[in-house]
Write a protein that binds this ligand. Structure first.
Ligand code: URQ
Ligand code: ZN
Length: 591
């Protein structure tokens, strides 16, 4: 049981003065809902000013960064990592130091890791163990999900304590890993019901573990023992079946559901359909599934790419998943970073069930999403920010402390060069592992600077992190962007609402014309920020509205849309549509 108060971490003196005042000028700020030109002033780890340079006088002793031609984006939030996880007879080699150093190097300034208790282990004792591993080592802030790997009255009581006292609002269940983490449907219903009672967020690893076990038994009996057996035991439909079932179970319990690590188009479409049917469900895909497929991988190299759910064979899958993120069938990207060295993977030579599952991703996630999404013309930069940072902050209830460039938010900031490229390699990455599944890939989108709570931790490729500088970030229960939907205050968008919104958007353009307000001619924002077109002077409207929900009754977009930055943003540049509170109170519509 967690008893002793956590020691207050002292920031080393040398970090306090030199790093705590930074001024970033001439950059293009890109939040999930709009992009605009403005300067940013940071002090003591918090954003204190966002606006034109004419409105601020910079005191002496401030580090000034010229971000001309660059983007200023919220630091990435990776909601799915497994640092130093004991798994499959090994321990993941990226510990909380190397893993978070790699995260920062790639532009991720917060991770949310998983406490995974063994069956019959106390949830709280496991939580204390993970805290003792992470607190002394993390280079950036972190949160924790807790795995419900078994179920009983005591577990139900302990997750109540985790919610009320220990800063956890999200609980991972597994429909796979039979005899290790897997729960049956009856337990899943009880767990989802309890999570709803606590105003938490249920998470699921959605693969049918019974089918996997049966297929594995058959494959081994047929002498198929190589790494190809891994994907053969769990083809796409084994994921899709579990995704559908998890959505129905959670919907029946009226519990918000986060589906982790989707790897196939069919599963992504199921999540999209559930959302359009009004289910409160969110879908995550991974750097590994977005960045590559197994198409053409030599048999001898397959062992290194083993993760669950698996990286799919089809070369089409990465682009299909990126389109799912663009269409909002999926809402987030994670990495599932769980790295093992070649020697560990070799434990499974001759029996694919003994290959420790997991690959890298936390360092390269941001660049891969930029390369395969924005540079490929499928996402605009605002949507890039939404799926790499803001949506995770909203779902896990740490927005706008995290996931936004705004006055009052933590100064977790990345100065992003959309036109620069880098080539991914084990020889240059910051992971502890001795290979990289994206080896040799050249990607657009490079961090010029990474600030973690105002401290410059990466500068033009030079990574200077401080072990233990990161903090544990509690994730409070009842995230409004989730529970307002579940409680009917805001309807999750449905087909007819989306059609309604398209009509409204058309009316908005007509209204602007009547009011003689010129909307800058919008080239595809992604093309602009991908360096193909010059940026318009006064900022850009984002093409992918991040708010689809509506407050009770039809929301008249003529009068309002939603912008949390209303009271925070002093840039003077209009939000998509300047708003007061929409009719019926402040919208907390999320999608
Ligand atoms: O399944 C997970 O998410 C954990 C156990 C890491 N392993 C993996 O294959 N992703
Ligand atoms: Zn995982």
């Amino acid at each position: 049981m967690s008893t002793s108060p956590k020691p207050v971490k002292k920031v080393p003196i040398h970090l306090q003065s030199a790093q705590n005042r930074v001024y970033i000028k001439n950059g293009e700020i890109v939040n999930h809902d709009k992009s605009f030109k403005a300067d940013v002033y940071i002090e003591d780890g918090i954003i204190k000013f966002v606006g034109p340079s004419s409105e601020i006088t910079i005191p002496g002793g401030v580090r000034t960064i010229d971000a001309s031609g660059l983007m200023i984006i919220p630091g990435g939030i990776d909601p799915h990592t497994h640092m130093q996880l004991p798994f499959g007879g090994a321990v993941a080699v990226d510990d909380f130091y190397h893993g978070t150093k790699a995260a920062v190097a790639g532009g991720t300034t917060m991770i949310i890791d998983f406490v995974l208790p063994n069956k019959h282990e106390s949830m709280i004792e496991a939580y204390d163990k993970w805290r003792s591993w992470a607190d002394p080592k993390v280079c950036c802030d972190y949160g924790l999900h807790v795995g419900i790997t078994w179920w009983s009255k005591s577990v139900s009581e302990e997750i109540g304590i985790l919610c009320k006292e220990l800063g956890v609002n999200s609980f991972k269940t597994f429909m796979a890993y039979k005899n290790l983490y897997q729960l049956n449907d009856s337990d899943l219903l009880d767990v989802f019901e309890r999570i709803r009672q606590l105003n938490g967020v249920a998470m699921v690893h959605a693969e049918n573990g019974d089918i996997i076990a049966k297929n594995t038994q058959r494959l081994l009996a047929e002498g198929i023992t190589g790494p190809e057996g891994h994907e053969l035991s769990r083809p796409e439909e084994v994921e899709a079946e579990a995704v559908h079932r998890a959505c129905v179970l959670a919907h029946q319990m009226k519990t918000p559901l986060f589906v982790s690590g989707l790897t196939s188009k069919s599963s992504a479409e199921l999540v999209g359909r559930a959302r359009r049917s009004g289910y409160c469900v969110f879908g995550e895909t991974l750097a590994s599934s977005l960045g590559r497929s197994m198409s053409g991988v030599p048999k001898g190299d397959r062992i290194y790419c083993i993760t669950s759910p698996p990286i799919r064979e089809s070369a089409e899958t990465p682009r299909q998943l990126m389109k799912s993120l663009a269409y909002d069938d999926l809402q987030l990207t994670g990495s599932d970073n769980c790295t093992f060295n070649k020697e560990h993977k070799a434990l499974g030579k001759g029996d694919f069930t003994k290959i420790p599952n997991g690959v890298n991703g936390v360092e390269d996630r941001m660049s891969l999403v930029w390369e395969k999404g924005v540079h490929a013309g499928l996402l605009d930069p605002c949507r890039f920010v939404a799926v790499t940072s803001t949506n995770a902050a909203k779902i896990f209830n740490i927005y706008p402390q995290k996931g936004r460039i705004a006055v009052g938010s933590d100064a977790d900031i990345v100065i992003w060069n959309p036109n620069a490229t880098r080539t991914i390699s084990k020889d240059t990455h910051h992971h502890a592992c001795d290979f990289n599944i994206f080896e040799g890939m050249t990607v657009h989108g490079v961090c010029e600077f990474v600030l973690v709570r105002g401290r410059i931790c990466a500068e033009r490729g030079n990574v200077r992190v401080a072990e233990g500088f990161g903090r544990f970030i509690p994730t409070p229960v009842r995230p409004p962007f989730v529970y307002d939907i579940i409680e009917g205050k805001v309807q999750a968008s449905t087909e007819e609402q989306q059609e309604h919104q398209e009509r409204q958007n058309g009316n908005v353009a007509k209204r602007f014309a009547e009011l003689d307000i010129q909307i800058p001619v919008q080239e595809p924002l992604s093309a602009m920020l991908a360096g193909n077109l010059p940026m318009p002077a006064e900022g850009s409207l984002c093409s992918t509205p991040s708010v689809r929900g509506r407050v009770d009754g039809k929301r008249d977009l003529q009068e309002s849309s939603f912008s949390i930055s209303e009271e925070l943003d002093r840039s003077g540049v209009r939000a998509c549509i300047k708003v007061k509170n929409p009719p019926g109170g402040k919208s907390s519509g999320f999608w």
